[in-house]
Design a protein around this ligand. Structure first.
Ligand code: ADP
Ligand code: MG
Length: 394
């Protein structure tokens, strides 16, 4: 689960991590009042959408307007809020359609001396969380990771122990920090590692992490993602959920108890079992196709769930062909066959459908499909199925 920057900053505050004062505004009037309340001569109006890259991103209908802007008066704050709220912000992470801005964060302007980078992820290779820092903070960290990865310093830590002060000190040195900034950075790093572990995060990214003119260390941005499987023990975090920011197909699938991940291709995949779904996607790619999604209907999905899965796939305008790849273990092939027909009756198939069935009750399942008279391309084996669906998608 992803949350907004202002929500991430509320969590930082809970852990005593320094960040500028800020107020959320849903209207230009509120943005103006927020500027007055902050009381400074400089503030920043920041679009709140789940995607990053807002500073460089622009409003779709007004390419002059960026998603993050410095303002020097209450009237200016209102003007920027007006230009952002209700409009689509397009960033490198939103896709060309953009994401509608529903609120802005009006934040005290910070006197930035240096922009650093800090991020924590779970490193599967290391089998532990890893803290990464870099001197090259700001809006181009992806480029740094690609072109000069040696400028990113890493330190793993065990969840039970947290980040050792000595390790944090080494990183502070690599960041070129001196004097009181070193201690401030050590505390910052240890606190955010603690937050990461205690809240079951999958990502905590502060970009930029700034050194202010007076040597303070502060989080200017906050991107915090959570492990969905652990959210049941963080009811307070779950309250931050904003489903309007989520992919509608993923949301629908989640409500039906299906594992669905939206992708950019044009071949809809309906598969049971995560491993089979992954290998199905690999095979589709191998044969020159591009899956539009990952979809695992699970071992014990029922007819309603499978029908809902079809509705999601067939409702997606990008889908040019659908591949059903089922290995009936717990799942019976007859359940799938009946769901295919139910979906056909309900929504009709506007695109070619390739079906590969194997396993429990496979003969009965194939028979149901064959006798239905519905136009289905049947496949024998995985490669055959992948080739046929790639051909069908054109
Ligand atoms: P994004 O990563 O989505 O582009 P950020 O929150 O990182 O958004 O903001 C983009 C840039 O705006 C930052 O790199 C920083 O230079 C500037 N900025 C953000 N917040 C403030 C602030 N409170 N004071 C001064 N500058 C800011
Ligand atoms: Mg940022």
């Amino acid at each position: 689960m992803n949350i907004h920057e202002f929500q991430g900053k509320q969590l930082l505050e809970r852990y005593g991590i320094p960040k500028p004062d800020g107020i959320v505004a849903k209207t230009p009037q509120e943005a103006s009042a927020a500027f007055e309340k902050l009381g400074g001569s400089l503030a920043v109006v920041k679009a709140q959408i789940h995607a990053g890259g807002r500073g460089k991103g622009t409003i779709k209908s007004n390419p002059e307007q960026h998603g993050v802007e410095l303002v020097r008066s209450a009237a200016d704050a209102a003007r920027v809020a007006e230009a952002l709220i209700g409009n689509e912000l397009v960033t490198i992470q939103t896709g060309p359609e953009g994401q509608t801005v529903k609120q802005v964060l009006v934040e005290a302007g910070c006197d930035i001396a240096r922009e650093l980078y800090l991020g924590i992820v779970v490193d599967r290779g290391e089998k532990k969380p890893v803290l990464m820092v870099s001197t090259e903070g700001g809006m181009d960290i992806e480029k740094v990771a690609e072109e000069t990865p040696e400028k990113i310093y890493k330190q793993g830590f065990l969840p039970a122990d947290g980040l050792a002060a000595a390790d944090a000190k080494v990183l502070a040195g690599k960041l070129g920090l001196e004097g009181a900034s070193v201690d401030a950075a050590v505390t910052f790093m240890q606190s955010i590692c603690k937050l990461f572990v205690e809240l079951d995060c999958s990502l905590a990214e502060i970009n930029p992490l700034v050194v202010t003119g007076s040597g303070d260390i502060m989080a200017l941005d906050a991107k915090v993602n959570f492990d969905d499987n652990a959210l049941f023990r963080h009811k307070d975090v779950l309250e931050f959920r904003d489903t309007s920011e989520e992919n509608p197909n993923e949301l629908r699938a989640g409500e039906a108890g299906l594992s669905y991940v939206q992708l950019e291709g044009n071949i809809g995949c309906l598969v049971n079992g995560a491993g089979l779904a992954m290998s199905t996607m690999d095979l589709v790619n191998l044969h020159g196709g591009h899956p539009s999604n990952f979809l695992d209907v699970g071992g014990g999905a029922n007819k309603d769930q499978v029908t809902e899965a079809f509705r999601i796939l067939l409702g997606d305008k990008n889908v040019k062909a659908v591949l059903v790849n089922i290995f009936g273990g717990i799942m019976q092939c007859t359940t799938i066959a009946n769901a295919v027909l139910a979906a056909y009756k309900e929504v009709g198939f506007n695109v070619p459908l390739v079906v590969r069935l194997e396993g429990t009750e496979v003969e009965e399942g194939r028979k149901i499909l064959a006798e239905s008279g519905v136009d289905i391309i049947t496949a024998e084996g995985l490669t055959d199925a992948a080739k046929k669906v790639v051909a069908a998608a054109g």
